[in-house]
Design a protein around this ligand. Sequence first.
Ligand SMILES: CC(C)(COP(=O)(O)OP(=O)(O)OC[C@H]1O[C@@H](n2cnc3c(N)ncnc32)[C@H](O)[C@@H]1OP(=O)(O)O)[C@@H](O)C(=O)NCCC(=O)NCCS
Length: 141
Amino acid sequence: MGNIVLLEDRLTVEQFCDLQEAVGFGRPNHEQIEKAIKNSIYSISVNVDGEVVGMGRLVGDGARIFYIQDVFIKPKYQRKGIGRLIVEKLLEYIKSNSLINSNIMVGLMAAKGKEEFYQKLGFRIRPNEKEGNGMMINIKL
Ligand SMILES: CC(C)(COP(=O)(O)OP(=O)(O)OC[C@H]1O[C@@H](n2cnc3c(N)ncnc32)[C@H](O)[C@@H]1OP(=O)(O)O)[C@@H](O)C(=O)NCCC(=O)NCCS
């Protein structure tokens, strides 16, 4: 693989839409993504020889609760360690931008079959003996 560069908070709407489409999740609404990027806490985009091949971002309250969202790696670049680099960088951001003596929860919703990728990065699956299911609702306007 070529020269990998991780860029902080440089993700564009076009890149986000292209990456989401490239991983098969459909092309999102341009205006919605513009607002989503603006309201994100932090984003990472990954460049290989000038091409944006991956992304990931953090949403949340910036203090107690963070969620990892939209970790997308172009199919041709998957299984080369780029997803791991992105998630590690997101976790590093949280550690270096949080108050000491604070408990922080970092959550995410794994796509089908991607649980093991996140387990390898230290995430635990819910439900388990102590914790209930993750839950969600979709709202379509
Ligand atoms: C899931 C995804 C982000 C993983 O990124 P990646 O760059 O391919 O993963 P990496 O190469 O960094 O893999 C890190 C480790 O996880 C493992 N891994 C990666 N994808 C996996 C999968 N689907 N199932 C099991 N293990 C997986 C790798 O083998 C590697 O293991 P190792 O450290 O023991 O060698 C990427 O495949 C992707 O973008 N998929 C499509 C979009 C998607 O579903 N995103 C997740 C939304 S929640």
